[in-house]
Write a protein that binds this ligand. Structure first.
Ligand code: ADP
Ligand code: MG
Length: 685
């Protein structure tokens, strides 16, 4: 009997060399093998006749073999074997190169189903190297697997079949229990494995795929909920005075309803017994910082310190300044800790943190450093979460006994996806912008209009405004660019911006500059000493310069809409009408349609949904670092409804059996361990 953990090397027909090749496909154990699902199928159930077969399109043709021609040697030392076949309507030549055994397998007088492309011309029809089965076979579907050097699809099919025949009952214990499967009409594991590898029909293959997608989503949700409930069992930083009224009263404006609701949720969590794990989602400019600040004020009121971690130095500095403005009047001291705070200043700062005198610490990942010891950390905030992984969040949380954690995301994420990515977090949403914002006018242009565009920029600058220009590269040649169409910011600054805006002050900002240099440029831009800032996407996150009124994005086709929306959010923060100009010469319909969508949509959630549907979930998953599994079968866009169902079922199960302790849960526990171990992190067991 085979077990799932057995190495494929010990299967018949697999030696060391094959095992190494299989490993390239991610197949090491028998478990990996049976869960290496086909990428497609050949469906032999509905063949066409010779004359109906379309030219140059993969199809299945039914034909009788009439005779074989002797092999013919052609130049290059190859030998061609031709087989004459056909039906009542016409004749079809089946051709194989160098493989007499393929032709040998065909018997004269018998009917076969050939899968391939029909080529030829002038009434002559030919199929080159088709795949085939004898007509009347009881298995009309053949699985097609991803292949690699030395491992072809047919070989994999045989190997899988051998594994399925050899697996013991125990190995096929189902992580999805019977009642659950019955509720959602899902086939059992053993049956589903047969159905996905050796389906009798397309319908069967589909049913099986649906089951495995469900299983994957269900396990993911159970795993994440388990993580969450475990962290909840520990005590958080208990607070008793959770009233944001004094903080609100000190503001120069009134908070939006959405901000108030989010702050109330924070207050409730702070005063609860378990540590908070909350995701704050809100479009750019929705005022997330204010919510964090309110939390910090409440924490300080209860004698706790807070920390905010930002992805870049620039952002950290800006947050520190903002928080100082918001919290200073309440007598709360805000300290900035980044990699560039060094020597004596750093020492003084660390002492203040350790003594609890710095009530709010803002920084980059420098705040995770071992030297940073808090006197009494109660509230941790992570801004722009996708730059941080689960592990880093864990480190941050480890700075104290379970501080309350708030993760702020500026990239709106469709709800279903947030279930997948942040299922372990509670969610607050800021779905309301502060009053008085006019939407940013967005237009897409070709580079032929760049001259006119600069005329417009000149007028804006003359009116006292400032401009961002974002280019994809730092230096030319960083990426293959045969058509020479990618703009590099260093060259762009000189040859485009400085040339088209003579006499204006042009700045340069990119990720390879020293932190202090970047800081200085940003400071000068914010102070109005720079008219136009040429930058890479380092300005993407968070930076706030209310006087900037135009965002130009060169090679706009390179970015997902969410990223463009994010960049666009850098302007429109002040009173002046603002503009976003998307420059692209990619003249294909998909790009045009995508950019047009952004031109007409201001809502970040709609933009994110569009990205999800058109570009797939990669844009969202890619930003997340390791620690949680990614999807193999399920499709975050297509299976949206299933995600909701799986999440609900996972919740119901954990309600009944919070630790999955029941003996019959063993298969599920195993499945979780495999899933989360493969992701390289977060042990669930
Ligand atoms: P984001 O959610 O993108 O991080 P910020 O927190 O940076 O947004 O806020 C964007 C701008 O809106 C800031 O300049 C902030 O001072 C301002 N702001 C936030 N809340 C309000 C409000 N309720 N009324 C007016 N302005 C606000
Ligand atoms: Mg922000």
């Amino acid at each position: 009997m085979l077990g799932l953990g057995d190495r494929v090397q010990y299967l018949k027909g697999v030696g060391e060399k094959r095992a190494a090749q299989l490993a390239k496909l991610g197949i090491v154990t028998v478990g990996d093998l049976v869960r290496f699902y086909p990428r497609d199928y050949i469906d032999y159930s509905d063949p066409c006749g010779v004359l109906e077969a379309p030219y140059e399109t993969p199809c299945v043709v039914r034909a009788t073999v009439f005779g074989k021609q002797p092999g013919v040697r052609v130049s290059g030392g190859r030998t061609i074997y031709r087989v004459n076949a056909g039906d009542d309507g016409g004749s079809l030549i089946i051709t194989f190169f160098n493989s007499p055994w393929a032709a040998d397998r065909l018997e004269e007088g018998r009917d076969y189903l050939f899968y391939g492309r029909v080529g030829g011309g002038f009434g002559r029809r030919e199929m080159i190297s088709p795949v085939f089965i004898a007509a009347g076979s009881d298995r009309p579907m053949t699985a097609i697997y991803h292949q690699t050097q030395g491992i072809n699809s047919g070989y994999l099919a045989k190997l899988v079949a051998a594994a399925l025949d050899g697996l013991g009952e125990e190995a096929l214990a189902d992580p999805l229990d019977e009642p659950l499967r019955a509720r959602w009409r899902l086939p059992g594991l053993a049956q589903a494995l047969r159905m996905i590898h050796q389906p009798a029909s397309r319908q069967q293959a589909k049913q099986a795929r649906r089951r495995f997608a469900f299983e994957e989503l269900f396990c993911l949700e159970v795993g994440m909920k388990l993580l969450r409930s475990r962290s909840r069992r520990s005590a958080g930083a208990p607070m008793t005075r959770c009233d944001a009224a004094p903080f609100f009263a000190a503001l120069p404006f009134s908070p939006t309803g959405a901000q108030r609701r989010a702050v109330e949720q924070l207050a409730a969590d702070f005063c609860g017994t378990a540590p908070m794990n909350r995701l704050l989602q809100g479009d750019v400019g929705s005022g997330k910082t204010l919510v964090a600040a309110a939390g910090m004020a409440m924490a300080a009121e209860n004698g706790y310190q807070s920390v905010l971690m930002a992805p870049t130095e620039i952002l950290a500095a800006q947050h520190a300044a903002t928080l100082d403005k918001l919290l200073g009047p309440l007598g709360i001291r805000v300290a900035l800790l980044t990699g560039s705070v060094k020597g004596k200043a750093r020492k003084t700062l660390l002492t203040a943190v350790a003594a609890g005198e710095a009530q709010v610490v803002v920084g980059t990942h420098a705040v995770l450093g071992e030297a940073v010891q808090f006197a009494r950390l109660g509230f941790a905030v992570v801004d722009e979460q996708h730059r941080f992984g689960v592990r880093q969040r864990g480190l941050l949380a480890g700075k104290a006994e379970n501080p309350h954690l708030l993760v702020m995301s500026a990239t709106p994420i469709p709800r279903t996806l947030s279930l997948l990515l942040f299922g372990e977090l509670d969610v607050s949403i800021l779905d309301e912008l502060p009053p008085g914002r006019t939407p940013v006018r967005t237009i897409a242009v070709g580079s032929a209009l760049r001259g006119r565009m600069y005329g417009f920029l000149e007028k804006q600058i003359a009116a006292g405004r400032q401009v961002f220009v974002v280019c994809p590269l730092i230096e030319q040649g960083e990426e293959p660019d045969p058509a020479g169409e990618l703009q590099a910011v260093t060259a762009y600054k000189e040859t485009v911006a400085a040339r088209l805006l003579p006499g204006r002050r042009i700045g340069l900002l990119h990720g390879r500059m020293k932190p202090a240099e970047k800081e200085e440029v940003m400071r000068r831009f914010a102070a109005g000493e720079i008219d136009l800032l040429c930058s890479t996407t380092v300005v993407e996150v968070g930076v706030d310069v209310p006087n900037a009124s135009v965002m130009v994005i060169e090679n706009a086709e390179r970015y997902g809409l969410s990223a463009l929306h994010q960049l666009r959010g850098r302007v429109g923060r002040g009173a002046a009408e603002s503009f976003c100009i998307l420059v692209s010469d990619k003249d294909n319909e998909a790009v045009r349609e995508r950019l047009a969508f952004l031109c007409h949509t201001a809502d970040g959630f709609a933009v994110a949904q569009y990205d999800l549907e058109h570009r797939g979930p990669g844009d969202f998953f890619g930003k997340r670092q390791h620690g949680l599994p990614t999807l193999r079968v399920a499709d975050a866009a297509a299976d949206a409804a299933m995600i909701e169902t799986a999440a609900a079922e996972a919740g119901a199960l954990l309600e009944k059996d919070p630790e999955l302790a029941a003996p019959e849960r063993a298969p599920l526990r195993d499945a979780l361990a495999r899933l989360f171990d493969a992701a390289g992190g977060t042990a669930v067991n």
